[in-house]
Design a protein around this ligand. Structure first.
Ligand code: UDP
Length: 234
């Protein structure tokens, strides 16, 4: 089944039937691969729609999957960004990569783990996510000329950085991946598999980090907005 394109709240969402299909697509189509969840779609930020509509926005989150399935009467699967970047690394041979984001100590663990898990990959550049001189970091990345760039700064900062880099590295593929370095380094745990299967990962994150409640409140509001939209277009 080819990727499905869906329009919702100004976003062009591209849905894939599996993580494998999305991985293969990324390897052949240089672009910025933006993970979309209920929060991103609900806020309809112009900044984010611009990046997504010039690149690829995929469903990372049960809210986005629900919306696409409701609008298309299709059954697509969630493709989490924190799994996508590892699936891409797994397919690389000796390509140059860049890693930008997270705290210094986290990034050090990420680099060490990549060295052990994906020994062929060439880490051409890395920098933690707390830098003052953005121009300097941008220049250094461009000089390193990576083919795959993984940026973990949180939305929308990471997408903005990718857009700026893409102007200088048009053939590179970019992955803005939020807290994925924290997960891979073991600083943050993902929900247990059975909770992920029940589509309750958002609940686990809420319990683990109650400060997120305001962000999580968006999920029911997004579902309501999507259903209203569906009723209007029918
Ligand atoms: N971060 C960073 N620089 C910043 C702000 C955040 O490197 O200026 C990192 C932060 O350490 C964390 C990630 O960005 O590793 C954001 O994680 P979060 O869970 O907020 O992102 P989400 O997955 O929710 O988009």
């Amino acid at each position: 089944m080819p990727p499905i394109s869906t329009q919702l709240f100004g976003f062009n969402i591209t849905s894939f039937s599996s993580l494998q299909q999305l991985t293969d697509y990324c390897l052949e189509n240089p672009a910025i691969y933006v993970s979309l969840n209920a929060e991103a779609l609900y806020h309809e930020s112009k900044e984010l729609t611009d990046v997504v509509n010039k690149n690829i926005g995929y469903c990372d989150g049960i809210g986005a999957v629900f919306a696409v399935n409701l609008l298309n009467r299709q059954k697509i699967r969630k493709t989490p960004g924190c799994e996508l970047w590892l699936s891409v690394l797994n397919k690389l041979k000796s390509e140059k990569i860049a890693l930008i984001g997270a705290e210094y100590s986290t990034l050090e663990i990420v680099k060490k783990n990549i060295g052990a898990d994906y020994p062929n990959v060439d880490i051409a550049y890395s920098h933690d996510g707390f830098f003052q001189n953005k121009e300097k970091v941008l220049n250094e990345i461009v000089q390193a000329h990576p083919k795959f760039v993984f940026v973990a700064l949180g939305q929308p900062k990471q997408e903005q950085l990718c857009m700026e880099l893409q102007r200088h590295l048009p053939d590179a593929t970019f992955f803005p991946i939020g807290g994925s370095f924290d997960v891979y380094a073991g600083k943050v745990n993902r929900a247990p598999k059975w909770l992920i299967k029940l589509h309750l990962e958002w609940l686990y994150r809420l319990i683990k980090d109650p400060k997120r409640w305001r962000r999580q409140l968006v999920l029911p509001m997004f579902l309501f907005k999507t259903i209203t939209h569906k009723l209007k277009i029918n």
